[in-house]
Design a protein around this ligand. Structure first.
Ligand SMILES: Nc1nc2c(ncn2[C@@H]2O[C@H](COP(=O)(O)OP(=O)(O)OP(=O)(O)O)[C@@H](O)[C@H]2O)c(=O)[nH]1
Ligand SMILES: [Mg+2]
Length: 321
């Protein structure tokens, strides 16, 4: 049996690091919910070897270039919970996040066969690096007076609307008409999801049949580096504050059971920090962490990097303790 999970994420969102750390964890037996299925070991392990190569030497993967795009095929057997012993080959592609940007610049040819294949996946994981909110445009409180020269008169306080106060979002600089306009990460991901829904024959706000959920896991990456004020908060709260429009879009277009938010640290710290790198290389216990909110509303933590994947594949039954 084959299962396909499409990993979505703009460039630098942590795709290669998570795929690499997960593959390495599977290889070393440091992942508990699923295991490598030795009976279905592929003849060609290039994808597996490539995925874990950088982290094995304590380095973050380099930016995935066009030539480095790869389809990682993992022979998996579920080792815990209601789906125990289920065996399948998991296919995940690791690609350069610029592919998503290309979709915006070339709308006619950007949506190619590879995207059509990705759109047909069993489920989706969207990786967002927690600090990728920099494209937020300034928010102006209503009712501000125009100065004589026609420019809005603003104080730094005006740049943050109430929901964004007390967050780690830095004040966005004022832009002039000549400044380049960026697509905020949230909007890029929404548009991508619209394409995917369209390719699957789902019109806006149409929901899937209950028996055929289309699961979307949101994974907030590099959580070890998140501002201390957010470290213990629920991943859903972080998403609601920093990516409100994406959260609203998901609420309108998917059922509650089809969406879940995780925060994740694939490496447990910053590998470019020499001291941490030494700790990472000599650690005997996994340093990776995943956080999510359980059914009682408590944030729980686990070292098993396969948790978002198990949820994407099996829903809540995939992550029950
Ligand atoms: N501290 C910390 N940083 C991380 C973690 N995961 C990713 N990063 C940082 O994010 C950067 C980008 O991660 P990648 O995995 O290369 O991102 P990608 O989505 O594969 O990017 P492209 O290949 O450009 O599409 C890394 O070089 C790290 O600086 C993590 O768990 N902890
Ligand atoms: Mg990459």
């Amino acid at each position: 049996m084959r299962k396909t999970v499409t990993v979505l994420g703009v460039t630098g969102s942590g795709k290669s690091t998570w795929i690499g750390a997960l593959t390495d964890g599977l290889y070393r037996g440091a992942v508990s919910r699923v295991k490598f299925d030795e009976e279905n070991w592929p003849d060609n392990t290039t994808g597996i070897d490539q995925a874990r190569s950088y982290l094995q030497t304590g380095q973050f993967p380099i930016h995935t270039s066009e030539e480095m795009r790869t389809l990682v095929e993992l022979p998996i057997r579920v080792s815990r919970g209601p789906n125990v012993h289920e065996a399948f080959t998991l296919k995940m592609s690791d690609y350069d996040g610029e592919l998503i940007e290309k979709l915006f610049t070339d709308r006619t040819h950007g949506w190619d066969d590879a995207w059509s294949r990705r759109a047909r996946a069993d489920s989706f994981l969207i990786l967002i690096r927690h600090d990728f909110t920099k494209c937020l445009r300034p928010l102006v409180r209503p009712g501000r007076k125009l100065r004589q020269d026609g420019m809005l008169s603003l104080s730094p306080d005006d740049l943050a609307a109430p929901p964004l106060l007390n967050t780690s979002v830095p004040p966005a600089p004022l832009s002039s008409f000549d400044d380049p306009r960026y697509v905020p990460t949230s909007l890029a991901l929404i548009e991508l999801l619209q394409w995917i829904r369209d390719a699957r024959g789902l019109s806006p706000i149409e929901q899937t049949p209950i028996a055929e959920p289309l699961r979307i896991g949101i994974v907030l990456t590099a959580w070890d580096a998140v501002d201390g004020r957010w470290r213990n908060s629920k991943p859903e709260e972080f998403l609601a504050v920093h990516h409100a429009i994406l959260r609203d879009y998901l609420r309108c277009n998917f059922r509650d059971d089809e969406v879940r938010v995780f925060s994740l640290s694939a490496t447990g710290g910053d590998l470019s920090d020499h001291q941490f790198r030494q700790r990472y290389l000599s650690a005997t216990d996994p340093v990776s962490r995943v956080w999510w909110t359980n059914s009682r509303g408590d944030v729980v933590e686990d070292a098993d990097l396969s948790i978002p994947l198990c949820w994407a594949l099996f829903g809540e039954s995939g992550i029950t303790p």
